[in-house]
Design a protein. Structure first.
Length: 142
């Protein structure tokens, strides 16, 4: 058993732009996500670990005015940069989906493909002695 004080869940990009049909990547991802049942499974997992005292930290892919730390080095990132209004921190598409966001212990924004890059999250985890990270998400391989 993992010591809950040393663990956290990194919940990557559970946001409208990634999960829902109306989101920026909805035409690509929403149907396979819905068919797989991953949202329901992740919600149960998050609830179980939270009950055991493990924090769940959500990341949101956002693009602030001025692009923040966005680097347009791939076709994917160029597409996001070209549509950055849809990724503003207060845009509907960047909001966490209601089915899974209840009780989020922390929400961190980032402009890189990795939820751990450019946002201070690794330091936050290390500062709390967290050295075991469980990952949930639907586009974690990007």
């Amino acid at each position: 058993m993992v010591d809950p004080k040393r663990a956290a869940v990194l919940a990557l990009h559970w946001q409208v732009n990634v999960i829902k049909p109306e989101g920026f990547f909805g035409s690509l991802l929403s149907e396979p996500v819905a068919r797989s049942g991953v949202v329901e499974r992740a919600a149960r997992f998050h609830g179980s670990v939270r009950a055991a005292g493990v924090p769940v930290i959500f990341t949101r892919f956002t693009v602030p005015v001025g692009e923040g730390e966005l680097v347009r080095n791939t076709e994917f990132m160029r597409a996001v940069g070209d549509a950055q209004e849809a990724f503003r921190p207060d845009a509907g598409g960047t909001q966490l989906i209601a089915e899974i966001s209840a009780g989020a212990d922390r929400v961190v924004d980032n402009q890189k493909l990795s939820g751990l890059a450019g946002n201070g999250l690794p330091q936050w985890l290390a500062g709390r002695g967290i050295d075991v990270v469980f990952v949930t998400g639907v586009a974690t391989n990007l």
